[in-house]
Write a protein that binds this ligand. Structure first.
Ligand code: 5AD
Ligand code: SF4
Ligand code: FES
Length: 347
């Protein structure tokens, strides 16, 4: 059933401590019934911070000169993928800034084929590489990727326009999401909360957007200002606690409204509170994306400030995350792709 907008706004506007606890509990019950309490890992490899775009909020935007640009060596990516496979991770995510040049497109296709072959086809691969043509998406699909993440950032086209330069097109972003769906990708999107100018009503519309586009997975998180961006003036006066609360409320409301999709407890939550990702799981999320990028690159991949684990390598993070997940009585779904029941039901 299509969620009721007034009810969404009501949930998104809750603020008392008890009311919020109540909301998170309700979301957790829906999670238990719809997707269970197994947490699926997607090891994330931050392949490159080179980006052709210039989003006003992002620390690796093209015009930020305070950033060492890198692209990982192929062998490094393959080593990390193999490590994830040997750790029994069900899948990995390849993420990078946006670019659509031929060299990059074929690099990704090669990586996909090699990752599939080194893991006997067992490791699932999700891509998070921004807007791409239908031809490219088909190429990467046939090379072995099966899930794609591309956040809409906000479903309000006017707000989108305010947060991006004039040549960034909301319509093309939406079109990429629809093309992915049509080609049969398991498709994830998401938004940021706490964007300047965003209201509870916008977030309610975002949730209706997820419903109407029949989305399989969500990755959402609070906007955290970065000093070297056009929104850097918002660093002063940024309220971490409120931002965390808004992020958790959105996760809980999405779980209650959309039920059987996968929802990630994102690293941005942990940037705001050391136990932010556990809180996300308790508010209805069921996916964690441990960072498995070599530490030498991590400091250069800061989309927002305060990103955790800049000095902790992949195995330190995974043991830490294991303990965190056990601490809330949940279990890790090793060796499984953990596709969303929503997607499996649609198939
Ligand atoms: N704060 C929080 N999230 C951000 N992203 C980019 N910049 C920021 C920021 N300052 C998110 C965007 C993008 C994803 C990869 O990271 O939603 O889609
Ligand atoms: Fe590039 Fe994505 Fe950052 Fe925009 S949000 S500047 S597309 S990495
Ligand atoms: Fe990275 Fe704890 S999650 S060290």
């Amino acid at each position: 059933m299509r969620p009721n907008k007034a009810e969404l706004i009501e949930m998104l506007s809750l603020s008392g401590k008890d009311e919020l606890e109540e909301l998170y509990k309700r979301a957790y019950e829906v999670k238990k019934a719809q997707v269970g309490t197994k947490v699926y890992f997607r090891g994330i490899i931050e392949l490159s911070n080179i980006c052709t775009k210039n989003c006003y909020y992002c620390g690796i935007r093209r015009d930020n000169a305070n950033n060492n640009r890198y692209i990982m060596q192929k062998s490094e990516v393959l080593e990390e993928a193999e490590w994830a496979w040997k750790q029994n991770y069900g899948s990995i995510v390849l993420q990078a800034g946006e670019r659509e040049d031929r060299w990059f497109i074929s690099l990704v296709a090669d990586l996909l084929e090699e990752i599939k072959s080194l893991s006997n086809g067992e490791l699932g691969v999700t891509l998070s590489l921004g807007e791409q043509s239908e031809e490219t998406l088909k190429l990467w699909q046939s090379a072995g990727a099966h899930r794609y993440l591309i956040r809409i950032e906000t479903s309000n086209a006017e707000l989108y326009r305010q947060l991006h330069p004039a040549d960034h097109s909301f319509a093309r972003r939406l079109e990429t999401i629809r093309t992915l769906k049509r080609l049969g990708w398991q498709t994830g999107t998401g938004v940021m909360t706490g964007l300047p100018g965003q209201r509870a009503e916008d977030l309610a519309e975002d949730i209706l957007f997820f419903y109407d586009e029949d989305i399989d997975m969500l990755g959402m998180g609070p906007f955290i200002p970065h000093k070297d961006t056009p929104l850097g003036h918002l660093v002063d006066g940024f309220d971490q606690e409120k931002a965390l609360e808004a992020g958790l409320k959105l996760i809980a409301t999405c779980r209650i409204a959309l039920k059987d999709i996968n929802i990630a407890s994102t690293t941005a939550l942990q940037a705001l509170n050391p136990t932010g990702r556990e809180m996300g799981l308790l508010a209805g999320a069921n996916i964690i994306m441990p960072n498995i990028t070599d530490v030498k690159y991590r400091a250069s991949y800061q989309l927002y400030e305060g990103k955790p684990c800049l000095d902790e390598n992949a195995s330190q993070c995974v043991h830490c995350l294991e303990r965190r997940i056990e601490s809330i009585g949940e279990e890790i779904g090793y060796k499984q792709w953990g596709d969303s029941p929503h997607y499996l039901g649609r198939k």
